[in-house]
Design a binder for this molecule. Structure first.
Ligand SMILES: CC(C)(COP(=O)(O)OP(=O)(O)OC[C@H]1O[C@@H](n2cnc3c(N)ncnc32)[C@H](O)[C@@H]1OP(=O)(O)O)[C@@H](O)C(=O)NCCC(=O)NCCS
Length: 209
C-alpha cells in the first residue's frame, strides 16, 4: 500500500502515515541509508522491526528528507538537521512521522484488548466508565498514546505515566483533548489530537499555546 495518508494537525504540523505491506527487499531497495543506520538495521532481530525502520525512511523521503537528514540524541529522540521538529512511531502494520515547527510527540498503537488489563497501572480508569468494551479499548489506547507522546516530546528522565501525566476527561468522538504534565515542581499543559486508522490509534501532543 505504501504511503497511506497525511493529516494536517495545525498550520505548521503534519502527520504522515505509512501502511507497511512491502517486504524487506522491496523497502531496502528504495531507501538510502547512512552507515550508522545500516548497522542498526543489521542488528535488528526481527524483519518486522526492520520493515518498520525502513518504512520510516520511506516516509522521510516522501517528505523531501532522507536518512542522512536524521540524527538521534543520547536518549534516542530523533532530530532533523534543518531544525524542523520530528517525532517517530511504529507499530506492527503502520509507521508514522510528524513534522512541525514546534516540539511535538507522536505515538501509534494497535488497539488491543490487553490494554484494559493494565489500564489501572497507567491511567484514571474512571475515564472508561459507561463505555462499550470496544470504546474502552480505544480510549485506554488513546490515553496510553497521550502519555507516550508527551514522554517523547519532553524527552526527560524520570517521567512516570501514572504519577506525572494526567489526561483531562474527553470523548472519543472529539478527536482532541488536553493533558497535563506535573513534573519537577511545575505544571505544563498540552493539546492532544488523536484518531483511529483501521485498528490503530495515533496520538499527537503539542504544548498548549
Ligand atoms: C522510548 C519510547 C517512548 C518508545 O516508544 P514505543 O511505544 O516503545 O515505540 P514507538 O514505535 O512508538 O517509538 C519508537 C520511536 O520513538 C523515538 N524515541 C526513542 N526514544 C525517544 C526519546 N527519548 N524521546 C523521544 N522520542 C524517542 C525513536 O524515534 C523511536 O523510533 P526509531 O528509533 O526507530 O526512530 C518508550 O519505549 C518509552 O521509553 N516509554 C516510556 C516508558 C514508560 O515510562 N512506561 C511507563 C509504564 S507505566
Amino acid at each position: 500500500m505504501s504511503f497511506y495518508k497525511s493529516v494536517k494537525i495545525n498550520e505548521t504540523t503534519e502527520l504522515f502515515l505509512w501502511k507497511i505491506t512491502e517486504d524487506y527487499n522491496d523497502l531496502y531497495r528504495k531507501v538510502s541509508l547512512k552507515d550508522v543506520s545500516l548497522a542498526r538495521l543489521d542488528g535488528m532481530k526481527s524483519e518486522t522491526h526492520q520493515n518498520a525502520f525502513l518504512s520510516v525512511r520511506m516516509l522521510l523521503q516522501h517528505c523531501g528528507y532522507t536518512d542522512f537528514d536524521l540524527f538521534y540524541d543520547e536518549f534516542g529522540k530523533p532530530h532533523l538537521q534543518d531544525g524542523k521538529h520530528i517525532s517517530i512511531s511504529h507499530a506492527l502494520g503502520f509507521s508514522a512521522i510528524i513534522l512541525s515547527n514546534e516540539n511535538v510527540g507522536i505515538d501509534l498503537e494497535q488497539a488491543k484488548e490487553k490494554v484494559l488489563k493494565i489500564a489501572s497501572r497507567f491511567m484514571d480508569v474512571s475515564h472508561l466508565e459507561n463505555l462499550t468494551e470496544e470504546d474502552q479499548i480505544h480510549k485506554a489506547t488513546v490515553i496510553w498514546g497521550i502519555k507516550e507522546a508527551i514522554f517523547k516530546l519532553k524527552n526527560e528522565k524520570g517521567i512516570s505515566f501514572p504519577k506525572h501525566i494526567f489526561e483531562a476527561p474527553f470523548e472519543l468522538k472529539d478527536k482532541k483533548c488536553t493533558a497535563q504534565l506535573h513534573f519537577n515542581n511545575s505544571v505544563e499543559d498540552f493539546d492532544i489530537a488523536f484518531d483511529l486508522v483501521e485498528d490503530y490509534v495515533f496520538v499527537c501532543a503539542m504544548k498548549k499555546k
